[in-house]
Every structure is written in C-alpha cells, then in structure tokens.
Write a protein that binds this ligand. Structure first.
Ligand code: ZN
Length: 315
C-alpha cells in the first residue's frame, strides 16, 4: 500500500516576521528532498481540505476561534500572542494544516493508505483549547485524534510526539481522555515550561536532558514508549513529527541525527505491522498519520523528514 503525502498551497501563505525560523521554506526543504531522493514518485499526493468548525470545536473553545477570525489582518503581520503572528493568509493555512491531519485519518480509515505525512504549517502541538502558543494556532494532531474518536468511532488512538518541545496543548486536550495514549519526548527543562510531571496512566512524558545523545534517546523510547504503545494496542497511531532535536538545529541542545528519526519511525511502523498479526481485527492498528511540527534547520529538516517518511512507507 502506497504512503500518502498531504499538503496544500495555502500553507506557504502563512507569513511570520522577516527572518523567523518558522518559514514557508520549511515545506520546500521537505519537498526538494523528496524529489532529489526519488521518494516523491513512490508515494501518493493529496491536497488537504479545510478543517470544519465542527472539527475545530472538538478541541478548541468557540470564543478562541472567534478571536482568531476577528484578529486576522487584511494586510501586514500582527502579533496575536507570544510567538504567534497572523498574516492575511494565516487562517487559510491553519485550516488546511488541521484539515490535512483529519483527512489523513479519513484516508487510513477508508483503507486507501496506511501511512500519511502531512507537510503543512503552521504547526499545532502547543495550541491550547483557548490559546495560541509557540507558532501554533489549531492543534492539528488533536483535531485528527478527536476526528478518529468521534467521527470514525475508534476506541483507542495513540499520539506520539518527538518534537524537542513538550506538546503541552495536546496533553491538556487529552488529560481526561483515556481513549488517547499520549507519548511525548522533549528537552527538559525547556520551552514551553508547562507541568510535565503528571500522574496519569495514558500520558507518558519522557523528559530528556539537554545533553541527550542518540543512544540515550533510543533507550528512553525503547523503555518508556514502546511498551506503553504495545500494551495500549492503538487502532490508529498519530505522530507529532518535530525535527528540532536534530544536532544541526539551533532551536535546542539535543543532538539527534537523521538516523535517529529513521530509527524511531521504523519502531513505530513495526508496531503497526506487528499489531496486524493477531486474529482479532479490533486489536489491529489501521495505520499512521504523521503531521509536521518543528524543525528549523532547513537541510536537517529535509533529510530527517524524508528519512521519517521512508521508514513509515517502508521504502
Ligand atoms: Zn518544537
């Protein structure tokens, strides 16, 4: 089964202030690497629909959504919140970034593909129910998860988040939702500084020291995430794919490499494949939907994201 890449031209039209690392060229870095590596011709491409208000309201408060609409400028760039800017094209980009993740779930549930990567921006995992934060407006992965639960009727959805920053918004949204297992690894202490020491069985926070090496990262994932995922038996696996823990990325101190992103992606892909060996179809994992979060060194981002996509696609 072919893997699928979902994107939308509007994702280029979200503008940040001049020189900001969360820039449209991030999407091009991934696209260019897909082309030069030959992977582009081995996957399907789909255009993202816009998210619906009903889908947004599953994780965000109506007042917050309205405040974004009201603040959207007709020209220029306005500061909306800390590290959050709105340009004329921002909300259109955000609607398609969130819509991509939900559409990825639809494609997997329809059996059209079993691995999706959403090459979209703005990212989502810092967005809280009532607040934009850290470059994020709509929580794309959380919208995909609630779409899987409420629209498709799944009972167990796992979200893994290997962005170097903690997915605070995602944690908030599923704090009281045991149908979602949330596994996050992140540099700690670090932005966003939200409480990560939670005593909730379906939230697996793996804080990593700033000095964390490849071996330490792999050991932590092997010891904490993989057993939790195997026990939870997700029917769908979602990924908040941030590549900002890369050694070449100035956003953090952690020194991961392209190979580490390939490794963690292979582990997740194997988990999905292994789940299908049992006779009980209710225990099978239907597939993986991954959505871009961070990753700001353009070369490292392109290489790491394509290593991730290749592993998910088994190429
Ligand atoms: Zn990040």
């Amino acid at each position: 089964m072919l893997a699928t890449i979902i994107s939308h031209p509007s994702c280029h039209q979200h503008r940040m202030p001049e020189g900001h690392p969360e820039c449209p060229e991030r999407l091009d870095a991934i696209n260019n690497r897909l082309l030069t590596s030959g992977v582009d011709g081995l996957v399907m491409h789909r255009q993202a629909p816009a998210v619906t208000r009903e889908q947004l309201l599953r994780v965000h408060e109506a007042d917050y959504l309205d405040s974004l609409e009201q603040a959207s400028p007709s020209e220029g760039i306005v500061a909306f919140d800390t590290d959050v800017y709105l340009s004329p094209g921002t909300l259109e980009a955000a609607r398609h970034a969130a819509g991509a993740a939900a559409h990825g779930v639809d494609l997997v549930m329809a059996g059209e593909t079993d691995a999706v990567f959403c090459n979209v921006r703005p990212p989502g995992h810092h967005a809280e129910p009532d607040r934009a934060m850290g470059f994020c407006l709509y929580n794309n992965v959380a919208i995909a998860a609630t779409h899987a639960l409420e629209h498709h009727g799944l009972e167990r959805v796992a979200i893994v988040d290997f962005d170097v920053h903690h997915g605070n918004g995602t944690q908030t949204m599923f704090y009281d939702e045991p149908r979602v297992l949330f596994c996050s690894s992140f540099q700690h202490p670090f932005y966003p500084g939200t409480p990560v020491d939670v005593n909730v069985e379906h939230i697996v926070n793996v804080p990593l020291p700033a000095t964390c090496t490849s071996d330490e990262f792999r050991a932590a994932i092997s010891e904490r995430w993989l057993p939790a995922l195997a026990e939870f038996k997700p029917q769908l696996l979602l990924i908040s794919a941030g590549f900002d823990a890369h050694e070449e990325d100035d956003m953090s101190s952690i020194g991961l490499t392209d190979r580490d992103y390939q490794w963690v992606s292979e582990q997740l892909r194997t988990l999905v494949d292994d789940s299908r060996e049992g006779a009980d179809a209710s225990q099978h994992c239907r597939g993986i939907v991954s959505t871009l979060e961070g990753g700001y060194n353009l070369s490292a981002l392109g290489r790491s994201a394509v290593a991730h996509i290749k592993a998910l696609a088994k190429l």
